[in-house]
Design a protein around this ligand. Structure first.
Ligand code: DI6
Ligand code: FE
Length: 417
């Protein structure tokens, strides 16, 4: 983890922020869990108190540096729980092809899409991948993001996938951020294995997962369950290996069609199923039963001009937790704004302000298996905070392309200007 260098004189990880409006997102509170005239006390990078300043025991705050937030809004540090920010090159040419009428699927079947990012990614070493990713990471951090999930999936060879995961881990050493990695070799089949998915699984995906696990490079295992990618049966082979290695799973599911991917993921107790435009009632029921989080990705919906919306009302009715993420990737979602993602989640899919903010904090943490560590302003959680120049939490969702961040706090240290 990056050693956050204190920039406002507070001792490492110790500070009292007072005179603030807190949106705690605490799960035992209705809506945003707003606390007026609130205070947050952190010690050793963790929250020890978050609540009305009047209830803060004086002895607890004795000798701790104090910062007056002048009535500003404080939320948990934002969490982008689904990104592909580590990759080489771009796909602007395909963007033009789609403007000329080609569909995402047609481009993929013609050898474009994910496979076309592979050569640009594999042309870079770890340092090159880190350098290529930093502008995307910095754009996220500038909007108060403190945790980013990063997938492999553009190497499509054992060494290429491991290199991507090493680069993802390296991002934590050069920026004050928490990086969570997902192994996504089952993203697409490289040209050498075209039409031979099982051979690709046997010779690359599964042995690559073993090596990634052995090197401590992987926190979860992901896959792309789709007609242009992998079948439920093929994904099940990857998930069986993940299970044998003691790794949690998640899945790109029902993005372009309903293959029963979310249901399969739920049967493995998946942390999340992501995209879900074509999710059916059986998939909703399976996710509700397993506690699998629905990660909604409006950037991809927008960029490929999808018309089928994910079944938000059914997910809400069934009590399925709903998260939001950028899906930042060069093909279907070259989006590096979690604030704009929230605006899209509300405007396209009818998510409420509270659902959007929970979707990039508490529920995003849940989608990463980190609900005990981050995602709310509660004692015991990491002191990751975002301080905003807004009067109302709704302004964080309502604006389009505007960043009202005042300060970002990571592990109890101010890390932004
Ligand atoms: N679904 C997506 O939208 C991205 N990956 C996936 O499984 C697309 C990634 C790309 O086109 O580069
Ligand atoms: Fe994705």
């Amino acid at each position: 983890m990056h050693d956050a260098a204190s920039t406002d004189g507070t001792q490492l990880g110790r500070c009292l922020w007072r005179n603030a409006r807190l949106a705690t997102l605490a799960s035992d509170q209705a809506g945003l869990g707003v606390v007026e005239r609130g205070a947050i006390l952190a010690k050793d990078g963790r929250i020890v108190f978050a609540g009305p300043e009047s209830k803060l025991p004086a002895e607890l705050a004795a000798g701790v540096p104090v910062v007056d937030l002048e009535g500003r809004l404080v939320t948990p540090g934002l969490i982008d729980c689904h990104t592909h920010i580590v990759h080489g090159g771009h796909r602007a040419r395909e963007f033009e092809m789609r403007l000329d009428g080609a569909s995402y699927e047609e481009i993929a079947r013609a050898g474009g899409g994910i496979v076309s990012s592979v050569s640009a990614t594999n042309a870079l070493d770890v340092d090159g991948l880190v350098a290529a990713s930093l502008p995307r990471l910095d754009a996220l951090l500038a909007e108060g993001v403190g945790t980013v999930e990063v997938k492999s999936g553009y190497g499509l060879s054992i060494e290429g996938e491991l290199r991507m995961l090493r680069a993802a881990r390296a991002l934590e050493t050069v920026r004050p951020v928490r990086i969570v990695t997902s192994y996504l070799a089952a993203h697409a089949t490289p040209a050498a294995y075209r039409g031979r998915n099982d051979a690709y699984l046997d010779e690359v995906v599964l042995p690559g997962l073993d090596q990634a696990r052995a090197e401590g490079l992987v926190d979860a295992v992901d896959g792309f369950c789709e007609g242009i990618a992998f079948s439920p049966a093929e994904i099940a082979r990857v998930f069986d290996r993940a299970k044998a290695l003691g790794l949690p799973v998640k899945l790109h599911a029902e993005q372009l069609s309903d293959l029963g991917g979310a249901k399969l993921a739920a049967s493995y107790g998946a942390l999340s199923a992501d995209h879900l435009e074509y999710l059916g009632a059986d998939g909703v029921a399976a996710m509700a039963a397993s506690g699998t989080v629905a990660v909604i990705l409006p950037g991809a919906f927008y960029a490929i001009r999808e018309t089928q919306k994910p079944p938000i009302a059914a997910l809400r009715q069934a009590g399925v937790p709903i998260a939001l993420a950028t899906d930042c990737n060069p093909g279907t979602s070259p989006l590096t704004s979690l604030l704009l993602t929230m605006n899209m989640g509300a405007t396209f899919f009818g998510l409420t302000v509270a659902e959007c903010l929970a979707g990039v904090t508490r529920e995003a943490a849940r989608a990463l298996g980190l609900a005990a560590e981050i995602g709310t302003l509660e004692p015991g959680k990491a002191a990751d905070l975002a301080v905003w120049n807004v009067e109302s939490p709704a302004e964080l969702v309502y604006r389009i392309g505007f960043n009202p961040l005042h300060q970002r706090i990571f592990a109890g240290e101010r890390v932004s200007s």
